[in-house]
Design a protein around this ligand. Sequence first.
Ligand code: SAM
Length: 197
Amino acid sequence: MSHFNEVANEWDNPQKVKLMQALATNAKKHLNLSKNLKIMDFGAGTGLFGLEFIDYADSLLGIDVSEGMLKVMEAKTSEYPKIKTKLIDLESEELDEKFDLIVSSMAFHHLTDPKKMAIKLARMLNPKGKLVIVDLDKEDGTFHPDNEGMGVKHFGFDKLELETWNEDKLQLEHHLIHHVEKNEKSYPQFMLVLSKN
Ligand SMILES: C[S@@+](CC[C@H](N)C(=O)[O-])C[C@H]1O[C@@H](n2cnc3c(N)ncnc32)[C@H](O)[C@@H]1O
């Protein structure tokens, strides 16, 4: 996605670092995670969200469609052999791997078919695995300053819509874990957890 290639080198600003740390800290409070997990960060970007889970990782794979964003993640993590990246578009390509934990932050509103991706990622979980999706609650289209230019395809997702993503009837949790204050508004962010038995 050309927008993210253009902004990749400036992505890790103090505001974004703080936001992703807050999201990850709040998300982890709802997850009873064990250690040595095989983790995927879907739509990893520069890794700001997924890398917050590194203490639980045996391995962490950052997946993204933006080479520029992944290059920044690689530069930050090159000394850590358990952290890898992969340039792949799972909307059209396949990855024959399973994970104990798949996390994703602020990527689903960029997808053509987010429900299809949630179903696909849930089927890439190992037994006892968890899929954790963090994104914007339904918003009025004012969160991003340039929806089209920034590749925004959905103005967030409400709980009822998210429930339709649970095609395989996994255990579902939905929490509002954070609010972004801007434009004199408060934009809630949700966390959807689909857990396998
Ligand atoms: C708003 S950024 C969030 C990055 C990171 N998760 C974070 O929280 O800082 C959205 C990311 O989703 C990625 N993305 C968009 N479409 C994607 C797709 N089909 N597969 C994987 N990643 C995608 C973009 O390239 C971008 O890096």
